[in-house]
Design a binder for this molecule. Structure first.
Ligand code: KG4
Ligand code: ZN
Length: 331
């Protein structure tokens, strides 16, 4: 029997729906809420209201694009955690209503596990076990992935996430939110000539708050003598910030690969789109003999395709949930 899953993602500021058939993503519709740029970050109340408006049209479009009828869906996979509670609630409520109306089971999906599963959507796929560096606006972690349902976090950020470091640094440079993609672009025209201390952390964890502070103090000191310092050095500042963030990500990833003796290495999450991180990954692959993987852009940032992928493996394992499931801000 063929298995069709409706997947819903609403954990932050993207409303997304996807249809997955036998582990293949047939459609993946993402509606991003650009109004947050005006506030310099995601405003939870604004996000949940926008999800309410977007969820029905986004799901309808996902069905249209897939060619699958709502009557042929076998289960609904839904992001339950982690994320913004008000945003998660919208998706969970919709998923419950759909499952109730169609008399089909729900599948509870963890957003961070799903980011990793984005690597299994298209060829080439990493073989198990692999290590995954998941870097997004809210999380930064290294996971040891023994199987689709056997994921262990072996390193995590002690403070800010890598995407947050890009976004907060970008804000200091006067760039719009989210600044990660823009910093990536500006850095291509710049030189990483300003050095910022990288944290010395034992084990496989990360820390970005020290970098944030030293970047802030550096700008403050330079602006005191030259009020145009940022405008005149925007490209070099972007390149330097990006270098510091990607360097600390890669040094921990290399440490993890040595520690676990694993050469199958994947990236996931919005920051996996960063071109400098990808170059550094390719350099490390050449040096250490790794096979490397990262999802195409639409599956790096938040999307329901990855939720459906994780849901599919849970379906095969018989991991179903009932109407008692609830959203949770934390894992
Ligand atoms: O995974 P994602 O879409 O949402 C979360 O779950 O957080 O990640 C969004 C984050 C933002 O912080 C954004 O600035 C960052 O990913 N990002 C990038 C790039 N594209 C997105 N950071 C650096 N370089 C990029 N090219
Ligand atoms: Zn995410």
């Amino acid at each position: 029997m063929s298995i069709s899953i409706l997947a819903i993602e609403s954990s932050c500021d993207d409303t997304s729906a996807a249809i997955i058939n036998d582990g293949r993503v047939l459609s993946n519709v993402v509606s991003s809420q650009i109004q947050h740029a005006d506030y310099g970050g995601v405003v939870p109340e604004v996000a949940s209201r926008a999800h309410i408006e977007l969820i029905v049209p986004v799901v309808e479009q996902a069905f249209q694009k897939s060619g699958i009828s709502p009557d042929d869906i076998n289960a609904v996979a839904i992001t339950c955690a982690p994320g913004l509670l008000g945003s998660l609630h919208v998706g969970v409520s919709f998923a419950k209503a759909f499952a109730l109306a169609k008399n089909i089971p729900l599948i509870r999906v963890n957003h961070m596990d799903a980011h990793i599963m984005a690597n299994l959507i298209d060829e080439p796929r990493p073989s198990f076990p692999f290590l995954c560096l998941t870097v997004s606006g809210g999380h930064t972690q290294i996971s040891l992935v023994q199987g689709p349902l056997d994921i262990e976090i072996v390193g995590r950020t002690l403070d800010d996430a890598a995407g947050e470091a890009f976004d907060k640094g970008g804000k200091m440079l006067g760039l719009p939110y989210p600044s990660g993609p823009l910093i990536d672009r500006l850095a291509k025209e710049g030189n990483a000539r300003f050095q910022f201390p990288s944290p010395q952390i034992e084990g496989l964890d990360f820390s970005f708050s020290g970098l944030k502070t030293s970047f802030l103090y550096f700008l403050r000191d330079q602006l005191a003598t030259n009020p145009h310092f940022i405008e005149e050095n925007k490209n070099d500042l972007s390149a330097s910030l990006q270098e510091a963030i990607t360097e600390s990500l890669m040094s921990q990833l290399i440490k993890a690969a040595h520690h676990f003796q694993i050469k199958e290495i994947a990236l996931a999450g919005g920051v996996a789109a960063n071109s400098r991180l990808r170059t550094k990954l390719a350099d490390a692959a050449a040096k250490h003999g790794w096979n490397t993987y990262y999802p195409v852009l639409q599956y790096c940032t938040d999307n329901a395709g990855m939720i459906g992928m994780q849901g599919y493996y849970q379906y095969l394992a018989g991991n179903f949930a009932d109407q008692s499931i609830e959203a949770s801000a934390r894992v």
